[in-house]
Design a protein around this ligand. Structure first.
Ligand code: GLA
Length: 421
């Protein structure tokens, strides 16, 4: 498909000039079917890579510099050298790519300079992991030019612990931090994800878990990925296209996880785990949580009840999907939403409204907010012949209630980030 990326190449050459070999990486966004705010509790998540994506159109440079442009902010160019310390700066959108370049340089990979044009069908800040797509996609582009891939052993060259403000604070509070070194046996796609996660912490300002970068890096077409976030093991579970469609509706309310609420939820979970004397909430049962009512601060109790319940909902949903018990998967999704709304308190009125309205449509098995919350998207699992009914219903009711048109994506599961040309 030599001409497939003609538009992107045109945009690239208009900015960087013609000549040389121009290549393209596609990095997908992600939607999480269930298992929310469980990844940093060593729990299970069940995301898939989606059709909306970031494309990185790129070419080697001989001088060790990286120049980045984006179709979102025409005219802005971010430039840095691979031979000097790479630091956070302006424009903000370039920091995710810079962070990944810094990790690869730190890992000892002899990188080649690059000109790159970023373009996307994935909304930025829409809660579909645009930042993870930028991190992992940039990593894939730089590795392609270097003609190599990452290995687990390379993690040992990076500083053992993250230096982002949230992790540094945790270290000062005496909370045990995850060491990157402990994953040195991981496969290359997971290693790139771990580097992307570190980039997100240190350059993106959000102390995220490992879900987004992993699914963006390791997703497989036609499947959702049940991942154990403690040991990074993955099970790929087919989503039968004859029986199911995944529909995503963007509430169009801005989603910003670096605002502090996300880090606050993480530390409340750590407080909970410390109360139970557990390594993570993954190791705590619902009986223990219930027995702690009145002993734990109420807010920490609620956070623990969400996480412990959500971990078992995620594993059960994966089993029920295999068994084709879609009604049950849907019920679990709605329970997940209610728990995120009431116990974890990361939903918004707009997301709640989209879920309630989706569930009114016959043929919608389940719906819930997806991703970190505080805006962003909902995900619904729908019978294929009922997708149109759902989409027209949401398009009709949402603007009347909220004054904005929702952006709606009907998507299959795609492959993770890779060179496509
Ligand atoms: C964000 C983070 C993920 C995960 C989700 C909530 O997307 O980047 O690591 O914690 O929120 O499940």
């Amino acid at each position: 498909m030599a001409d497939h990326y003609e538009l992107e190449k045109k945009q690239f050459t208009e900015t960087f000039g013609s000549g040389g070999e121009i290549r393209v990486v596609r990095a997908p966004g992600r939607v999480n079917l269930i298992g929310e705010h469980t990844d940093y509790n060593d729990g299970f998540v069940f995301p898939m890579a989606i059709e909306p994506h970031v494309l990185i159109t790129f070419r080697a440079r001989a001088d060790g510099h990286v120049r980045l442009a984006t179709t979102i902010f025409p005219g802005q160019i971010a430039e840095f050298s691979l031979n000097q310390k790479i630091a956070i700066g302006q424009p903000k959108w370039a920091n995710y790519s810079k962070g990944m370049a810094a990790m690869l340089v730190g890992a000892g990979i002899p990188l080649v300079g690059m000109d790159a044009m970023l373009s996307n069908t994935l909304p930025m800040g829409g809660g579909l992991s645009s930042s993870a797509a930028l991190e992992v996609g940039t990593g894939r582009a730089l590795l392609a030019l270097a003609g190599t891939d990452v290995t687990g052993a390379m993690l040992k060259k990076l500083p053992e612990f993250c230096t982002c403000p949230a992790c540094s604070q945790k270290a000062r509070d005496g909370v045990k931090l995850d060491s990157l070194w402990s994953h040195s046996g991981a496969d290359p796609k997971s290693v790139l994800a771990l580097m992307g996660q570190r980039a997100e912490h240190e350059f993106g300002g959000t102390p995220s878990g490992i879900m987004d970068q992993t699914i963006v890096s390791a997703g497989r077409a036609g499947t959702a990925m049940l991942m154990d976030c403690r040991d990074l093991s993955k099970q790929f579970i087919p989503i039968d296209p004859a029986a199911l469609r995944v529909v995503i509706a963007n509430s169009m309310v801005n989603h910003e996880l670096s605002g502090g609420e996300y880090a606050e939820r993480r530390s409340q979970c750590e407080e909970g785990a410390a109360f139970f004397n557990a390594r993570a909430l993954r190791d705590v049962t619902m009986e223990q949580v219930n027995a702690a009512h009145g002993k734990l601060p109420e807010i920490v109790f609620k956070r623990c009840r969400h996480v412990v319940g959500e971990i078992s909902r995620a594993t059960e949903a994966a089993k029920q999907l295999v068994a084709k018990s879609y009604d049950r998967v849907g019920e679990l999704m709605v329970q997940s939403h209610n728990s995120l709304r009431d116990d974890y308190e990361v939903s918004t009125d707009e997301l709640d409204y989209l879920v309630v309205e989706s569930m009114k449509i016959d043929g919608v098995y389940g719906a819930r907010m997806t991703g970190g919350g505080f805006g962003g998207c909902i995900v619904a699992l729908v019978k294929p012949d009922r997708v149109d009914a759902l989409v027209s219903h949401l398009n009709a009711v949402y603007p009347t209630k909220v004054g904005k048109k929702p952006e709606i994506y009907v998507t299959t599961a795609t492959d993770g980030a890779k060179v496509v040309e």
